[in-house]
Design a protein. Structure first.
Length: 112
């Protein structure tokens, strides 16, 4: 799952005492056991710095690539009532986001 994330300058309830980025850290920490519980893992998370090709204004603050063993595992996680109880931290943190279902592809072969 490709996660494109844009944080709020200031988080909203229940995290109005911190920035959106800090609220997202709270959400991510609380989500970790649920992710592990369904066999998922964060492959990489990167902070976006500057567009080389694209709009001058930053579109995303962070991109995270998260692996789930199956679509069913993802759906099981996001429908868990205990996970749903922490989901307000994600809403408080994010101004905009995209979750993009994706699959790995083989890298192109090197030219000989």
């Amino acid at each position: 799952m490709v996660n494109l994330l844009r944080f709020k300058e200031e988080a909203t309830a229940p995290d109005e005492d911190v920035s959106g980025a800090e609220a997202y850290v709270r959400y991510a920490a609380a989500t970790a056991p649920f992710l592990a519980g369904v066999g998922g893992r964060v492959l990489v998370a990167v902070e976006c710095r500057e567009s080389v090709i694209g709009p001058e204004d930053a579109e995303w603050d962070m991109v995270a690539l998260v692996e789930y063993p199956s679509r069913e595992a993802f759906l099981a996680m996001v429908s868990d009532p205990d996970y749903l109880a922490i989901h307000p931290h994600r809403v408080a943190a994010l101004d905009d986001s995209r979750l993009i279902l994706s699959e790995p592809v083989a890298p192109p072969a090197a030219a000989e």
